[in-house]
Design a protein around this ligand. Sequence first.
Ligand SMILES: [Zn+2]
Length: 257
Amino acid sequence: MKIISLPCSFDNYSYLLICEETGIAAVVDPAEYYPISCAVADAGVSLRAILCTHHHADHIGGLDDLLEEFSGVDVYGHAGDKRRIHGLNSPVAEGATVQIGRNMGRVLYTPGHTAGSICYLFGEELFTGDTLFGAGCGRLFEGTPKQMHDALDTIAHSLPPATRIHFGHEYTAHNLKFAHFVEPGNAAVAARQELVDRQRTAGQPTTPSTLADEAATNPFLRCREQGIVDTVAQRFFGEDLDPLSVFTALRRLRDVF
Ligand SMILES: [Zn+2]
């Protein structure tokens, strides 16, 4: 499967997924109409499906116009978001399958950022929306810290380290500043900061990363690491230091960073 990342709006990413054997394509997160419509035309593919990770307006801003241009496409999203994603006609939940040409994908239900947040896994390609970012995770708008912690834990421990992470926003540089702030002794964070600086200077996206990159540098996947536990212990007097409490404290710190 060929994957084209499409910068949209201010710092969103949509993704065009192409089955090269059949020319059938899907878009993940229809953030904006024009770049997606152009990419479909440029690739000369047949757009058959739109895969929504969640209902936020910056992720579905191009949906109505795309539905007008490409009638009859399947619009996937969590069943609970039926009234929040206009045109959703293929409601899914944990474990559902999604077929794009000859490629079979699977839905992971990952609530936390929103109640209906889902990720899509095709082979070793994971599309995470606003659940897992480069070196960060989404804000908790509708879910609890435990839901997000469990969702990230499942991703981190059930998928191979080589899994590529295709995330929904270009937040990686700022996320790495936070990662350095909470774990200043982590050399992998410093190395990734240099890489990301080079990528951004060259106008390249930092997506995709790999799960191995995230395991090494993403503080929200590192709640058991001593350096991070020490930071939380210094800032939150008397707080419990189990992984969920550390995660909750990190998310509170990141919200104001
Ligand atoms: Zn969002």
